[in-house]
Design a protein around this ligand. Structure first.
Ligand code: APR
Length: 239
């Protein structure tokens, strides 16, 4: 089943890869739409990952991110992350890696120049435009930390629902999609745009890697029903 795709990988001059939460599932990070367990089970991601939610209850949303940060700090990149990073090292300039994930696992596996469309959960930024008082002193401790003078809050530097993606990263991802011979779409449900739209813009063949049906299966020339950590090494490693 993977043999034709292995041939496509070998023949492709430019490969674009779009990853989603399923990429990190085998590292032990629950996928976005499965992450709501225990205390958080009653919330939908859209109810926590938005500016409105944060303004309504900054402490609660901050705690949710702290829980996810602690979980991510304990896990390691898996064989799929490593296969992508190793391919990039062996073939400089041939692969563009675009991710919706904020967990930083591609970067920790050694991938360079990752286009992180939704930011990185390890980073913070000011909620409102920082004033002189915000930048002239360290944020006061707190959950979340705040400016001791004006009360501006720190928030996770991730892209929330309703927010625009980082322009340079999105443009670069669109350019990679529009000029690829092959796009691998790994571990995404394909429901969140504009990221999912990249698969529909691909100039080359599209291969979906996902153990379950996704909204992007109809855009695929081939659907591989398997996991990222199993299939990516098979597709990308040379014998
Ligand atoms: N290997 C590959 N795919 C997997 C694996 C695995 N081991 N395990 C699960 N999957 C698939 C699921 O079948 C599902 O299609 O990964 C997908 C995960 O989907 P979501 O949880 O919806 O994650 P994602 O598509 O990345 O969400 C997109 O939505 O909530 C926002 O900003 C957030 O970046 C996120 C975006």
């Amino acid at each position: 089943m993977t043999q034709p795709v292995r041939e496509w990988v070998r023949a492709a001059r430019r490969i674009a890869v779009l990853t989603g939460a399923g990429m990190s599932a085998e590292s032990g990070v629950p996928t976005f739409r499965d992450a709501q367990t225990g205390l958080w089970a009653k919330y939908r991601p859209e109810d926590l990952a938005s500016e409105d939610a944060f303004r309504a209850d900054p402490g609660m949303v901050w705690e949710w991110y702290q829980m996810r940060r602690q979980m991510i700090a304990k896990v390691e990149p898996n064989a799929g992350h490593r296969a992508l990073a190793a391919f990039e090292r062996r073939h400089p300039g041939r692969l563009t890696l675009v991710t919706q994930n904020v967990d930083g696992l591609h970067q920790r596996a050694g991938s360079q120049g990752v286009l992180a469309l939704h930011g990185n959960i390890a980073d913070d930024k000011w909620l409102d435009e920082p004033r002189d008082c915000c930048v002239s002193q360290a944020a006061a401790r707190g959950r979340p930390p705040r400016c001791a003078t004006c009360g501006n809050l720190m928030r996770p530097a991730v892209v929330w629902f309703g927010e625009t993606l980082p322009v340079a990263a999105l443009r670069a991802a669109e350019a990679a999609a529009a000029d690829c011979d092959l796009m691998l779409v790994v571990g995404t449900s394909g429901v969140v745009y504009p990221a999912a739209g990249l698969a529909r813009m691909a100039s080359g063949r599209v291969v979906v890697i996902n153990p379950q049906p996704s909204d992007l299966d109809d855009a695929a020339h081939e659907v591989l029903r398997g996991t990222a950590a199993t299939l990516l090494p098979q597709l990308l490693e040379e014998e």
